[in-house]
Design a protein around this ligand. Structure first.
Ligand code: BG6
Ligand code: MG
Length: 217
């Protein structure tokens, strides 16, 4: 029986990928490293540290320099977050959360971002979730299953009772590795999820539950 929905944040509840792109792009330009929007797609769902590694494409920098660059990128990212308001919730999110609560489901966030609580506060959604797993919750980040298992523990559910909503390949991989049912959002990078939705607008919780329940039988 499905008891909880666990949502990734960036790309599922709100779209911050553009802000991550602008922040990494500014750093990359300053350091004369080529970086495109296509490159940015490879950073979806992975940690800040892994993002820097992918941006560097084999270039070697010292640990101190890496730390300084990540801090700088985050300063740029935070400046973009200042414009985030509840208007930045993705289509259908508000209604889907309300429907899920009304259906008696537990709700959680499982995000790789260390800025997740800041973003949720700006979206006025901090109190909408029973537990928030973020970039500080576990050591091994997506695609490792650790974060979603940590969230399930916090919710007091078995992984077989949870559904993870994800927009990134690394996130679906993490959820599948943990044993959850998965809903891929946007369908571009997530066609290995159990079910795929373009967005949450007009989506009925009862339909999602019915489709996923039929998968587990
Ligand atoms: C994820 C994003 O949610 O958080 C990634 O999809 C990002 O693109 C990761 O790299 C880490 O974010 P932050 O805010 O901790 O730098
Ligand atoms: Mg995401």
């Amino acid at each position: 029986m499905i008891k909880a929905f666990i949502f990734d944040l960036d790309g599922v509840i709100t779209d911050t990928a553009e802000f991550h792109y602008l922040a990494w792009k500014r750093l990359a330009d300053e350091e004369h490293i080529p970086f495109t929007r296509a490159d940015n797609e490879q950073l979806r769902g992975v940690s800040r540290q892994e993002s820097l590694k992918r941006l560097l494409k084999g270039r070697v920098i010292s640990a101190e320099q890496a730390q300084a660059w990540m801090t700088r990128k985050n300063v740029y990212y935070l400046s973009h977050l200042e414009q985030v308001t509840p208007q930045n919730r993705l289509p259908g999110v508000t209604e889907f959360i309300e429907q899920s609560r009304a259906a008696g489901l537990k709700l959680a966030i499982g995000s790789a971002s260390r800025n997740a609580k800041n973003v949720l506060t700006r979206l006025e959604l901090f109190d909408a979730f029973d537990i928030i797993g973020d970039g500080y919750s576990v050591v091994n980040t997506k695609p490792a299953p650790d974060l979603f298992i940590w969230v399930a523990g916090g919710l007091g559910i078995h992984v077989l009772e949870g559904v993870v909503f994800e927009d990134a390949e690394a996130g679906v991989d993490a959820a599948l590795a943990a044993g959850f049912l998965t809903v891929g959002m946007g369908c571009a990078n997530v066609n290995h999820a159990h079910l795929c939705l373009n967005d949450l607008s007009g989506v009925q919780v009862k339909d999602v539950l019915a489709q996923l329940s039929s998968i587990r039988g």
